[in-house]
Design a protein around this ligand. Structure first.
Ligand SMILES: [Zn+2]
Length: 204
């Protein structure tokens, strides 16, 4: 089996990590899609902690039996991702999210809520996502829609940033003390940018 792709989870919040599952978005020649199928989506969801490895296994088997349903869930996930990306990149640039994107996120989050229930854990209660029903394959979408709605309504909305590396276009939460983080990831984009600037300087 091919080695599993490792998603870069530097966004700091699930919705942003989802948005960042495309690399070099703005460059048609070098654009890299990391979600090609429902199976990729499962890998992302597991790595991001949205589902447990056991649930990923269950969903994987379920999806194998229901290819057209899996394709539909996958398509919905990509639509959600694109709306999330557009909404939060607008926000990062000080602009409002579009009405159409807000509507898509609203609809998706409302649908997700119907699949949540309170369950008793260690003497207390917590919200849990259903792991049954005819739209079981959408299970991985629900926490993502919820995460997008949560971030839109949270204080953290003000620290959503756009990576400054021109070919990156990833989003992240800037938790730095003076709100001055400029790159999604210092070791990749940050160093690349510094090297480029150095190169431009040395050429005069
Ligand atoms: Zn970057």
């Amino acid at each position: 089996m091919a080695k599993e792709f490792q998603f870069d989870l530097t966004g700091g919040q699930l919705a942003l990590d989802l948005a960042n599952t495309v690399s070099r978005r703005g460059d048609p020649e070098r654009r890299k899609e990391h979600l090609e199928s429902y199976r990729d989506l499962l890998v992302f969801a597991r790595q991001a902690g949205v589902i447990s490895p056991r649930q990923a296994g269950e969903l994987h088997n379920y999806a194998e039996q229901r290819a057209s349903q899996a394709r539909r869930s996958f398509k919905e996930a990509i639509q959600l991702r694109e709306a999330v990306y557009r909404a939060f990149s607008a926000v990062a640039q000080g602009k409002p999210a579009s009405a159409a994107d807000l509507q898509l996120i609203t609809d998706s989050a409302l649908k997700a809520l119907q699949h949540r229930s309170l369950s008793r854990v260690n003497g207390g209660y917590r919200w849990e996502w259903e792991m049954k029903g005819s739209n079981l394959l959408d299970r991985i979408l629900w926490p993502m829609s919820q995460a997008a709605a949560d971030l839109l309504t949270s204080e953290q909305l003000r620290i959503v940033r756009f990576c400054e590396a021109p070919d990156c276009e990833w989003l992240f939460l800037d938790h730095s003390r003076n709100r001055s983080r400029r790159w999604c990831d210092m070791t990749t984009c940050g160093n690349r940018q510094k090297a480029r600037r150095h190169y431009q300087r040395s050429r005069g």
